[in-house]
Design a protein around this ligand. Structure first.
Ligand SMILES: [Zn+2]
Length: 234
């Protein structure tokens, strides 16, 4: 609290408990100095449930003794300790390999909770999508996946179907795996399959194809067209 805020608080306190009121300018100055010394680090009010005036009112209604600045300081300590006890460290958005930044973000969040600048993280992020960290959300929107682009590139040879699919989507072509194939019966998310044929005897097994059957590509294009029309109509 700044000196101005302390003065306002003392005036409020004097109205609730006239015993604490100082009228002599010298005494008032001393009282201000004492309160500022003890409550310099305590905020007057935070957006998340703390208000020094409530602490004063609670003391006045519950105690026969005049309130002291330490009473307010103790209530603030209890309030911020309660908040930190309810807080679970969210996973920092910084690169985990950058230990300094990671640690700084973790501690920064805790300090902000302790100082009442942000609400404690009560693990709602896990059960509800609305509290996702804005930085993570922006990153997800930018790359469309939680796998960083360079890692996806490295993995491409080991997941050819997915890589091909991502490439098609990136090029703005229809995503053939979003529809089933009416020709070979491949389900959604599965590649088209070709039959392995041996010279004597019938077909024995299937092998996944790198490309899709033409009828499936047409079906995917039709679906993409319908979706985009619905989106533009909405
Ligand atoms: Zn097919």
């Amino acid at each position: 609290m700044e000196r101005r805020e302390i003065a306002g608080l003392l005036a409020y306190m004097g109205r609730l408990d006239p015993r604490t009121m100082r009228t002599d300018p010298g005494e008032l100055g001393d009282q201000l100095d004492q309160w500022q010394e003890l409550l310099g680090d305590v905020p007057l009010a935070t957006e998340y449930g703390w208000d020094a005036r409530n602490a004063i009112r609670a003391h006045v209604v519950s105690s026969p003794y005049p309130i002291l600045p330490v009473d307010v300081a103790r209530q603030w300590s209890k309030h911020s300790a309660d908040r930190l006890a309810r807080h679970t460290d969210p996973v920092p958005t910084a690169d985990p390999d950058d230990v300094e930044t990671w640690r700084a973000e973790l501690l920064g969040t805790r300090h902000a909770v302790l100082a009442g600048q942000r609400p404690p993280n009560e693990q709602r992020a896990i059960t509800s999508g609305s509290t996702i960290d804005p930085a993570v959300e922006a990153r997800l929107r930018a790359i469309g996946s939680c796998i960083p682009p360079h890692v996806r590139q490295d993995l491409a040879p080991y997941r050819p179907t997915k890589a091909r699919r991502e490439q098609l989507v990136a090029e703005g072509l229809p995503d053939v795996l979003a529809v089933p194939c009416g020709w070979c019966g491949a389900a959604v998310n599965e590649s088209c399959r070709a039959r392995r044929i041996v010279p004597r005897g019938g077909a024995t097994s299937h092998r996944p194809m790198k490309t899709a059957h033409p009828s499936r590509i047409e079906a995917a294009a039709a679906l993409a067209y319908d979706t985009s029309r619905q989106e533009s109509a909405a």
